[in-house]
Write a protein that binds this ligand. Structure first.
Ligand SMILES: Nc1ncnc2c1ncn2[C@@H]1O[C@H](COP(=O)(O)OP(=O)(O)OP(=O)(O)O)[C@@H](O)[C@H]1O
Length: 292
């Protein structure tokens, strides 16, 4: 497990991270969400050791991360740092070699990744001749070539079309499934909602929510309920203690005074069949707006 423990960081006296703590668990995709300037890139740079924290530590499996340990991290930085004129395959292979791989192993890993990312036919082309979306796929290959123990990806899905998102996602999921913790930042909430197992939300340099995606959604959504009946759900307005916030023919969203929704269900059943009844589970988008 990767643990970020109480990290703070200032630039020219201005605190941009203040006591940031969270975990990235093995085998899970963790979405790192935050508005522009909230501190995502700074946190990722500190995890990678590109930047020193003012205080706090980063630990991998309970021990402080050292330079050697970071050799086994895979990083896709926000500023995409590859060589524009170098051929795609040569470049990925070279980065594998820089991480200490033997030539043959680096070549094999490169071939496999280019195949998975549907770039095999671009192997010999200069990076700059590829579309931006394809260059992005090469960045993913560069971060993965040395079979990292941990993956830290800054906005890996930005600029990808929906099909490319699926291709990249499949590659990342495979790595996660093999036990690698994957941390990726994103602004695209609906995408993160679909892709991640765990979520960490940062606002103004502090963590405001974190946990398993579905658990987080349940935790933030217990005060509202939705119901669908046969006919018109308008009768709910006359049920004592009920405040209807949305009404659309047979469906309604409501809150109950005191929070016990079961009497409302009984009242509805007395009138006729109830087709659906349950708590409203908020989207990540709604949670994000609530906690930032
Ligand atoms: N090298 C630096 N010198 C001074 N200030 C910096 C430096 N790096 C980051 N900052 C400031 O730290 C804050 C957090 O920036 P950071 O890049 O971590 O945010 P972010 O969440 O990644 O944003 P974005 O989504 O826009 O990439 C910002 O106010 C930024 O201006």
């Amino acid at each position: 497990m990767l643990s970020v423990n109480n990290i703070s960081r200032s630039f020219s006296g201005k605190k941009v991270l203040d006591g940031v703590s969270f975990q990235v668990r093995p085998g899970r995709m963790t979405g790192f969400l935050g508005a522009n300037g909230s501190g995502k890139t700074t946190t990722m740079r500190i995890i990678l050791g590109v930047l020193e924290p003012s205080s706090g530590t980063v630990e991998w499996n309970g021990a402080p991360v050292t330079g050697d340990g970071r050799q086994k991290f895979g990083y896709m930085p926000e500023e995409r740092g590859l060589y524009p004129k170098m051929a795609v395959g040569e470049q990925v292979e070279f980065l594998g070699r820089l991480h200490g791989m033997e030539r043959a192993a680096a070549r094999r890993a490169t071939d496999e990744l280019l195949e998975q990312l549907e770039l095999t036919d671009r192997r010999g082309d200069a990076l700059e001749s590829l579309s931006l979306g394809n260059q992005q796929r090469v960045q993913i290959a560069a971060a993965l070539v040395h079979s990292p123990d941990v993956l830290i990806l800054d906005e890996p899905f930005s600029g990808l079309d929906p099909i490319a998102v699926e291709t990249v996602l499949e590659v990342l999921r495979k790595r996660a499934a093999s036990g690698v913790p994957v941390l990726f930042s994103s602004h695209q909430l609906s995408l993160v909602e679909r892709l991640c197992d765990d979520v960490v939300i940062i606002a103004k340099g502090g963590i405001t929510a974190q946990g398993e995606r579905d658990e987080l959604r349940r935790r933030h959504g217990t005060t509202r309920f939705e119901i669908t009946v046969d006919g018109d759900a308008g009768f709910l307005r006359d049920v004592p203690g009920v405040r209807v916030s949305e009404l659309d023919g047979p469906s309604a969203v409501f809150e109950v005074e005191g929070g016990d929704e079961q009497p409302v269900l009984r009242a509805a059943l007395e009138r006729g069949p109830v087709r659906a009844f349950g708590p409203v589970v908020p989207t990540l988008d709604e949670i994000f707006k609530e906690v930032v």
